[in-house]
Design a protein around this ligand. Structure first.
Ligand SMILES: [Mg+2]
Length: 216
């Protein structure tokens, strides 16, 4: 495969379903509170609501179950999410050899918890407190439909050509990112769209498979 090269400069990861063995960091919290966001997810996918409103509705669901929760309470729940198999074997050595980044529509406190010491750049969404309790307003740094644009911003800030970038994701949300990267890898793929956008597909839920693909 001629796209493959050992001259990669940056490896960019989606988080949920790739670095974390859970479908979504938001859903990890929903499950804990016994709520689900099917309605707002559909509204978002139809284009009826934007990312800020989508996040606001998710946070409102948590507050309906637990009115006094704070950001720290959410962080404590996020910390119970398991990392993907192979994480500790692969990620530290990637960090030694490449620039590394996370671009996630998930929650930044989880990205910082699992990836803070291994990733040079972290782009993700966040929550904040207002007067000691969780505010319904979130912080949208990664609109779900714009991961490709965030990747381009990252590459231009770092002065890295997209041909030298590897991007790894598991869902259609990651497709624009995988398409723009020199090497797009669908890992633990959730749908056909992410597979079609990828140069390489890893079905196995084990990050160790990246060693072969990256020729490490
Ligand atoms: Mg994902």
């Amino acid at each position: 495969m001629d796209k493959m090269s050992s001259d990669w400069k940056i490896i960019v990861f989606d988080m949920d379903g790739v670095l974390i063995d859970a479908k979504s960091s938001w859903a990890w919290i929903h499950d804990r509170f016994g709520v689900d966001n099917e309605d707002s997810l559909k509204a978002y996918e139809r284009g009826d609501i934007d990312d800020g409103e989508f996040i606001r509705r998710d946070i409102e669901l948590w507050k309906s179950a637990e009115p006094n929760i704070s950001r720290q309470d959410i962080i404590d729940i996020l910390k119970t999410a398991p990392v993907m198999k192979g994480f500790h074997k692969v990620i530290p050595s990637l960090k030694e050899n490449y620039n590394t980044a996370i671009i996630s529509g998930g929650l930044k406190p989880l990205a910082e918890h699992v990836g803070g010491e291994y990733f040079d750049r972290i782009f993700a969404n966040d929550i904040k407190d207002h007067e000691g309790r969780l505010s319904s307003r979130g912080i949208v740094d990664v609109p779900l439909k714009n991961k490709g644009d965030i990747l381009e911003k990252l590459l231009s800030e770092e002065g890295i050509k997209k041909e030298r970038c590897v991007a790894i994701g598991n869902s259609h949300i990651d497709a624009p990112m995988l398409e723009r990267a020199g090497l797009g890898i669908a890992f633990n793929p959730d749908d056909e769209k992410v597979k079609r956008s990828a140069d390489w597909v890893i079905e196995e839920k084990d990050l160790s498979a990246l060693f072969d693909v990256l020729d490490m």
